[in-house]
Design a protein around this ligand. Sequence first.
Ligand code: URA
Ligand code: ZN
Length: 360
Amino acid sequence: MSVIDVHTHVYPPAYMDLLRSRNAVPYVRSFPDDPAAGDRLVILPAEDTPSTFRGRPIGPEYYDIKEKISFMDAHGIDISVISLANPWLDWLPPSSASETARAINDDVERVCAESGGRLYAFGTLPLSAPAEEVVAEVARLSKLKHMRGVIMGSTGLGSGLDDPALEPIWGALEKCEQLIFLHPHYGLPSSVYGPRADEYGHVLSLSLGFPLETTIAMTRMFLSGVFDRFPNLNVLVAHSGGTLPFLAGRIESCIAHDAHLKKGGISKKRRDLWEVLKKNIYLDAVIYNEVGLSAAIAASGADRLMFGTDNPFFPPLDPEEPVWPSVTLNSYAVEGAVDKREDREAIMGDNARRVLRLPG
Ligand code: URA
Ligand code: ZN
């Protein structure tokens, strides 16, 4: 069985230089009041405070490609489809976004080309730039040999994925047959975590904020009719779709019972969410348990799930531990949830090979 990891991140050296040059989120620095903590990666909006969640340690596993290959070897991963980690280029000034995107995408393409077939990638879009520049980068990426789509957050051009200004970009992605890897970053407003949030480290924002952000972004995209206007657009949704597989029935029921939508707020000829889940949506298998994985398979089908690790996030807390439980939890979930051998092989690698046109 070959294993392909579709959810695995890097910060290429050019991006690390940008992070080290900054003092506002996102940035990398050490803190004089806590020198033992070493360099910290501070990327999430809520973690820029002296708290139990002030960034996370950052070492070469985030930017040294040799570390990625060693991680793959240690965990039996044949091919990785790498992507820039959040918050991508969302925060760049419009004037430098396209040039930076081209430099980073070219850097990643070169790393893949030098990997002897082990690495492919999702490119990054300059989403703070004018839409026509984003469209140009989509077209350029589709000609790079190792690029297999684009990674994108939930804010789109700044107003979310139901923004009409995104239409030319959806059109370009559909025309160039580029898969969108939709990944969270912003979570939920920190007020929802309450006055005791500091007692819970990163748990609430990563286990709940991330998947709910993804679920809301996808639902807005769906409600605004994007999948009716771009029926061949394909989205790989991170973390097994957030909570979309679990909540799709409730979303459809709320649509059916909404008087405003009945009056014309939504197309009568719309495709329903169950159809979109089976025709336009792929889900990664980064859910760490067979209960969630079974819901994802029930919603989209075993032919639309793809194994992932989220490396280098979620390292073992014991640095001597060679095998990462954040990886084995996902592979054990596939073994536990899926009866047929060919379905297990599909999720672990064959689906990614087919959908992303990978060799082997
Ligand atoms: N935390 C992040 O900020 N990004 C990930 O991809 C995973 C965890
Ligand atoms: Zn991730």
